[in-house]
Design a binder for this molecule. Structure first.
Ligand code: NAD
Length: 327
């Protein structure tokens, strides 16, 4: 089996690639992996160092908006698992154009290439943010999409194109919508690695608004296991929420990180809230649980592991810290 993984040099995609090539998914031990990645600021070849010399691994440097390149690369693959996207909400607020280009147009180019090359199955990795904010309760997959940031709107656009390619052309495309991820190799502009790396350096951490926004935190390896389960046991044209992590306000998350690094609230600076900041996300994971999904990594254990990883892998993140824009 040959699997094409656009965005495989990013945080989550690289976790999936490392798991696939280390025999982490039963039945896929012989899989051939092609990573296709534009290597934006968020794509990092170092994320794939552990598999760089693997005999069943190939890397193509390229853009999913490039139809000619896709016509070359996509044929011969049995599966596409698409992680390629612009992903940082703050960047989508200051510059939405790239988000529409990659997340909407790029996904459409990829679906078209899959259709033309008769790729049997596509998995599109999406996000719970497409549903918008929910004050109480949890979203099921049939809820309407009410995205509030340019990032989530562009992701919703890609989800709807997946639906259209299934309904119109019969393409077997499945969509996953996961909650917030944390783990090793996450670019240090995102809140957990930003806070950990600042605190390692004795720098303050910025907390948005009143810190009351609620997110559900899932370890990246559990997310990738969910994606793999949807590939294995999911159905064409279906959407699957992936959650089951821990709900925390940003204040609670900050407290956990301060505790892990052994410092107090004097390290926290409250900053003006993000524009259009969604208050709370929460997904109902019943549908994927029915396929056998269950997260394996508890938050306390996972967070301790991740803090240790950033402490021990400073050569990975130090060169990236200087590239984070300050708004
Ligand atoms: P990331 O920003 O770390 O990685 C994105 C990758 O896509 C990078 O390697 C980048 O170089 C590549 N890329 C961007 N534009 C491209 C293009 N035009 N062509 C080819 N490659 C391109 O993102 P991530 O956190 O790993 O997220 C991966 C996917 O998971 C995204 O679709 C995101 O929406 C989704 N998701 C993320 C989270 C999270 O908490 N990080 C949660 C749920 C869903």
């Amino acid at each position: 089996m040959r699997i094409l993984i656009p965005g495989g040099a990013g945080f989550i995609g690289s976790c999936y690639v490392r798991a696939l090539l280390s025999g982490g998914y039963a039945g896929y031990e012989d899989v051939q992996v092609t990573v296709l990645d534009k290597l934006t600021y968020a794509g990092n070849p170092a994320n794939l160092d552990p598999v760089a010399r693997h005999p069943r691994y190939a890397f193509v440097h390229g853009d999913i908006t490039d139809g000619e390149l896709l016509a070359d690369v996509v044929p011969g693959h049995d599966v596409i698992v698409n992680f390629a996207a612009e992903t940082h909400v703050d960047r989508s607020i200051t510059g939405p154009g790239d988000f529409v280009l990659t997340n909407v147009y790029g996904t459409q180019r990829l679906l078209q290439a899959a259709l033309e090359a008769e790729v049997p199955t596509v998995v599109q990795v999406s996000t719970d943010e497409v549903y918008g904010s929910i004050d109480a309760g949890s979203w099921t997959e049939t809820e309407p999409l009410l995205p509030n940031s340019p990032y989530s709107a562009a992701k919703a656009g890609s989800d709807l194109l997946c639906r259209a390619y299934h309904q119109t052309y019969g393409l077997d495309v499945r969509v996953t919508r996961c909650t917030n991820n944390y783990g090793p190799y996450q670019y240090p502009e995102k809140v957990i690695p930003l806070f950990i790396t600042n605190l390692i350096d004795g720098l303050p951490v910025p907390l948005y608004g009143d810190g009351g926004n609620v997110r559900e935190w899932l370890h990246v390896e559990d997310h990738c296991r969910g994606v793999q389960l949807v590939l294995d046991k999911g159905s064409a044209g279906e959407v699957y929420n992936i959650g089951g992590g821990l709900d925390l306000t940003n204040r609670e998350l900050t407290q956990a990180l301060l505790d892990a690094l052994g410092v107090g609230w004097e390290m926290v600076v409250q900053v003006e809230d993000r524009l259009g900041h969604d208050r709370r996300y929460s997904v109902d994971s019943g549908k994927i649980q029915a396929l056998g999904y269950e997260p394996r990594i508890g938050f306390d254990e996972g967070l301790a592991q991740v803090v240790r990883w950033y402490q021990e892998n400073q050569s990975w993140w130090r060169p990236l810290k200087g590239t984070i824009p300050t708004n």
